[in-house]
Design a protein around this ligand. Structure first.
Ligand code: A4P
Ligand code: MG
Length: 167
């Protein structure tokens, strides 16, 4: 019997240490755990949203395929965050890695531990821009708008999230 595979989009963020190296490690840990990484967005840099007294963030996104349920996937992401040295800190504070589930198939769910699509997705250029590299025409469940349309609806400066080349 083959397990039901689902496609999901993950948002990656980091503003401590070496963000690009940490993204590489996160991808390796996902693959090692049986999650297939099918595509990767470009890297983007932006000022922190939230507390301003922290370094700039680097963000990217991944398209993955997995047999894990949403909650199992969340548990795996938390394990990888810890393995990469993330410590519990202030909400929206600096971190060596942040792994968020942006979308999971066409699932919509909201519980204390997990909300899909990610609660802040529609407001955040740093999450929508990399996601648009992978899936601009993807309709976001619950919002009935595509990723591209959500991006176009934002009223901040499009240049606030800059595409960067890997070093
Ligand atoms: N949780 C609920 N839904 C989800 C989901 N879809 N994916 C819960 C992942 N986790 C989800 O998250 C807190 C809890 O949210 C998790 O334990 C999980 O049960 P966390 O990552 O442990 O804590 P946090 O990151 O401090 O809080 P929060 O609200 O998730 O912050 P964000 O949204 O992750 O924001 N500015 C820029 N430019 N770029 C960034 O990447 N990131 C943040 C962090 C702030 N400012 C930023 C960036
Ligand atoms: Mg998070």
């Amino acid at each position: 019997m083959t397990a039901q595979m689902e496609r999901a989009y993950l948002g990656l963020g980091a503003n401590l240490g070496d963000p690009v190296a940490q993204f590489e490690r996160a991808v390796a840990e996902l693959e090692r755990s049986g999650v297939s990484v099918l595509a990767r967005a470009a890297l983007y840099r932006s000022a922190p949203v939230g507390p301003q007294d922290q370094p700039e963030y680097t963000n990217t996104a991944l398209l993955i395929e997995t047999a894990l349920s949403p909650l199992e996937l969340l548990e795996l992401l938390k394990r990888i965050e810890r393995a990469l040295g993330r410590e519990d800190g202030v909400r929206w504070g600096p971190r060596v890695i942040d792994l968020d589930i942006l979308l999971y198939g066409s699932v919509e769910l909201s519980s204390e531990r997990l909300t899909i699509p990610h609660k802040e997705l529609a407001k955040r250029r740093f999450a929508l821009q990399p996601l648009a590299d992978l899936a601009p025409e993807q309709v976001v469940p619950g919002l009935a708008l595509t990723v591209r349309a959500l991006l176009e609806r934002l009223d901040d400066d499009p240049r606030s999230v800059r595409r960067v080349e890997p070093a």
